[in-house]
Design a protein around this ligand. Structure first.
Ligand SMILES: Nc1ncnc2c1ncn2[C@@H]1O[C@H](COP(=O)(O)OP(=O)(O)OP(=O)(O)O)[C@@H](O)[C@H]1O
Ligand SMILES: [Mg+2]
Length: 336
């Protein structure tokens, strides 16, 4: 099977300023390791997700593959082409969209902006107009075609930015948090578009990062979970969830409490533990991944020994987020 992306021991370090010597990732002699021996293979036609906490190295990896950043060492191939040796060739095959980024000039309309970007890529007039019409229709932006982009809401500007990426019809698309800050409906439109675009041509490939686990679960054929610059696992969401099947996941709500949370992770039978304070609800949500279900009695005993009243307790089927917590040791909205 053809590979759309292949990396061999890709590394990227950044020099740290003296005062900033304690970064999130491992640091060595004033260097921050943003990516460490990353080896991934993405097949042509795959929708591949990159998951990881803030600072894990996702954007760094995408930027290297999109020829925007040089690796410190290692090799990255996109559609079989070396990203360091032949960046111009790679750029003809790819495009990249980042959540939260702005594109274009406020005085141009949505249609004019898309047209301008199509011309940067030398797309023939007829093809460009057809593609712009399609994008406007599928992404439900027809009514805004003549609106100046300076007048669009943040979410609609983000949608336009997303459309800008697809106007040149890349073979391989890099989407760095494409649904960041979008409302439920717009995020849904964007996901539908990604899926439709992939289905239309089996040669198309998408590498996307997201902090929304449900989105990765719904969209991605395979995901890689990375933390501190290292790829921890790479498999389909189904297989990753199956890997937790022997374990039990429990959600427990207790009244808001901030003291002594760390010790819950040491209760016998607890494999992983994460928590989130919901101050507005006056509650703390605890999540326990247990080696086996019976260990829940140790948990409830410890909680009552700690004086914590249990508001609710429920057992959950493992989700992709549970896999994430089990591997990374903290939730995406981690507080520990
Ligand atoms: N230009 C830079 N100079 C110094 N350090 C950098 C630079 N770019 C990234 N880093 C560091 O490299 C690490 C990885 O950053 P990266 O942006 O790849 O993370 P990420 O996984 O995309 O995180 P997020 O989920 O917050 O977007 C972080 O510790 C970050 O601070
Ligand atoms: Mg990022």
């Amino acid at each position: 099977m053809n590979l759309a992306v292949e990396t061999f021991d890709l590394n990227r370090t950044f020099k740290l300023k003296k005062a900033k010597n304690k970064g999130e990732n491992g640091n060595n002699n004033g260097k921050l390791i943003a990516l460490e021996n990353a080896n991934i293979k993405i097949h042509q036609g795959e929708l591949f997700g990159l998951l990881g906490p803030n600072g894990a190295g996702k954007t760094t990896l995408i930027k290297i593959l999109a020829t925007l950043l040089l690796p410190t060492s290692g090799t990255g191939l996109v559609d079989g082409i070396d990203v360091v040796k032949y960046p111009e060739k790679v750029r003809k095959k790819i495009n990249m969209v980042s959540g939260g980024e702005h594109c274009g000039y406020g005085i141009l309309t949505v249609r004019e902006t898309l047209w301008m970007f199509s011309q940067f890529y030398g797309i023939a007039t007829k093809v460009a107009h057809r593609r712009i019409d399609e994008l406007l229709k599928i992404l439900k932006m027809e009514e805004f075609a003549k609106t100046k982009i300076g007048k669009l809401s943040t979410g609609l500007r983000q949608k336009l930015n997303f459309m800008r990426g697809f106007v040149c019809d890349p073979k391989i698309m890099f989407l760095d948090e494409p649904t960041l800050g979008l409302d439920v409906q717009i995020a849904r439109d964007v996901r539908i578009y990604i899926r439709t675009w992939m289905k239309e041509n089996p040669e198309r490939t998408v590498l996307l990062t997201t902090h929304y686990m449900a989105e990765a679960d719904e969209l991605c054929d395979r995901v890689a979970i990375i933390d501190k610059g290292r790829v921890l696992v790479c498999d389909s969401p189904q297989n990753l969830k199956k890997s937790l099947a022997g374990e039990a996941v429990f959600y427990i709500e207790i009244p808001l409490s901030v003291n002594g949370m760390e010790k819950f992770g040491q209760i016998p039978g607890v494999k992983q533990f994460a928590y989130e304070h919901k101050s507005h609800l006056g509650r703390t949500e605890l999540k326990f991944i247990l080696e086996e279900e019976s260990a829940i009695s140790n948990v409830t005993e410890s909680l009552s020994g700690n004086g914590s009243k249990i508001i609710s307790l429920s057992k959950m089927e493992p989700s992709l987020e549970d896999v994430f917590v089990a591997l990374v040791g903290r939730g995406l909205k981690n507080e520990n």
